[in-house]
Write a protein that binds this ligand. Structure first.
Ligand SMILES: [Zn+2]
Length: 325
C-alpha cells in the first residue's frame, strides 16, 4: 500500500507524463520508476522517457522470449515455473552462434523457483565463469543483447507468476552469486567492462529489478574485484548487495523456503528430475563444450534472423501468456 504522499507523487507523475508523451503507463511501472528515483517526480519522468526512447530504438517489445506456449528454446536454465517448462541450456538450430559462445563462458545460471515473498530467484555459479573467454571472445553488443533478452524473459514470462503468487506487483528478482571455485585469474578487465555495460543498461532501463543480491562463498580476492565494480553501481543497488561470510545458509533460509533452495546452498532442493540438478554446471573442459552448427547464424542477436523477424508480427513469440484469473 502506498502512503498518501506517495499516492500524490504518483498522480503528479501521471499528470506530468500525459503532457509530454502519448502513452498509458501501468501503475506498477510508474511506482517502479518512482522508487528507483527516491520518489523524485522529475527524475522518474526523465528516466521513463529515456526508457521509452531506448525501448523503441532497440524494439524491445518485439524481442522474442521463450515460453511453454511458443516452444522457443530458453537461453537460461529454469526450474519450477508455470509459464516455462523446466529446461537446461541446449544448442538449438534457431539460436544464434553468439548465444552458444556466451553459454560456453558461463559457469551455470538458473532461474530457480521463488523466494518467500514471490520474487523469482536467479542462482549464478559465478565462481565457474570463464571470464577470460567472455572478455576476449564475446563482444559488448553480444553480451548486452543477451542481457536484454534475459531481462525481457524475466519480466514477461516469470514475473507475472510472481505477481500472482504474491497478490501484488513483483518486478524484482532475488539473486544468489555463488563464488565457489573463484580465483584471481577470473578478474579479467575486458569481462569487467562487459559487466559495466550490463550494469548501465539494467540500472537505467530496468530499474529496481534487483530485490536482493546475496554473494556467498566469496574468497578474499573477491574484495579486490568488488572495489573495481563498486563505482559503477548506484547507491540503491549497493544497498541491496549482501556479501555473506560463514553461516550464509541461515541468512538465505530467512528469505527462501528450504524446498526452494538447492542443497549446495543450505536448502533441501535437488531437482533430481533434471540433468545437472538445480543449477547445472556448464563444463569448462573443451571436449564437453557446446558446439554451434552451420544453422546457428553468426549474428549478435540471441536468435537467428528468421525468428527475430517473425517476432515483429507474432505476439506468441514475444511471450504472450494465456489470460489467467
Ligand atoms: Zn532445485
Amino acid at each position: 500500500m502506498l502512503l498518501p504522499e506517495q499516492q500524490e507523487k504518483l498522480s503528479e507523475l501521471r499528470a506530468s507524463l500525459s503532457q509530454s508523451i502519448k502513452r498509458e503507463f501501468p501503475e506498477n511501472q510508474l511506482i517502479q520508476f518512482l522508487e528507483a528515483n527516491v520518489w523524485n517526480v522529475n527524475d522518474a519522468k526523465q528516466q521513463l522517457i529515456d526508457t521509452v526512447e531506448w525501448r523503441e530504438k532497440v524494439d524491445a517489445d518485439h524481442l522474442p522470449v521463450a515460453t511453454k506456449y511458443n516452444g522457443l528454446p530458453s537461453l537460461v536454465a529454469c526450474r519450477g515455473y508455470k509459464y516455462v517448462q523446466d529446461v537446461n541450456f541446449v544448442v538449438h538450430p534457431i539460436m544464434s552462434e553468439s548465444v552458444i559462445r556466451i553459454a560456453n563462458c558461463v559457469g551455470g545460471d538458473c532461474f530457480h523457483k521463488f523466494d518467500k515473498e514471490g520474487h523469482p530467484i536467479l542462482i549464478d555459479r559465478t565462481g565457474y565463469h570463464n571470464a577470460k573467454d567472455m572478455g576476449n571472445n564475446v563482444s559488448t553488443l553480444e553480451i548486452t543483447n543477451f542481457q536484454i533478452a534475459t531481462n525481457e524473459f524475466l519480466n514477461r514470462v516469470i514475473m507475472p507468476e510472481g505477481c500472482e503468487l504474491a497478490g501484488k506487483s513483483i518486478h524484482s528478482e532475488t539473486a544468489i552469486f555463488d563464488c565457489t571455485n573463484m580465483s584471481l585469474w577470473q578478474f579479467h578487465m575486458n569481462a569487467l567492462y562487459h559487466l559495466k555495460a550490463i550494469a548501465e543498461i539494467v540500472q537505467h532501463y530496468y530499474p529496481e529489478t534487483l530485490h536482493r543480491l546475496f554473494i556467498v562463498n566469496a574468497p578474499s580476492a573477491f574484495v579486490v574485484m568488488f572495489k573495481v565494480i563498486k563505482p559503477w553501481l548506484n547507491p540503491r543497488t549497493l544497498d541491496k548487495i549482501h556479501v555473506l561470510g560463514k553461516g550464509y545458509e541461515s541468512v538465505l533460509l530467512k528469505y527462501i523456503d528450504a524446498e526452494n533452495l538447492p542443497t549446495f546452498l543450505g536448502g533441501t532442493c535437488t531437482c533430481s528430475h533434471m540433468p545437472g540438478g538445480c543449477v547445472p554446471l556448464i563444463a569448462q573442459k573443451s571436449k564437453d563444450r557446446f558446439v554451434a552448427t552451420e544453422q546457428n547464424e553468426r549474428v549478435p542477436t540471441v536468435y537467428n534472423s528468421t525468428t527475430m523477424k517473425a517476432a515483429l508480427n507474432d505476439t506468441l513469440l514475444c511471450g504472450a501468456l494465456p489470460n489467467t484469473p
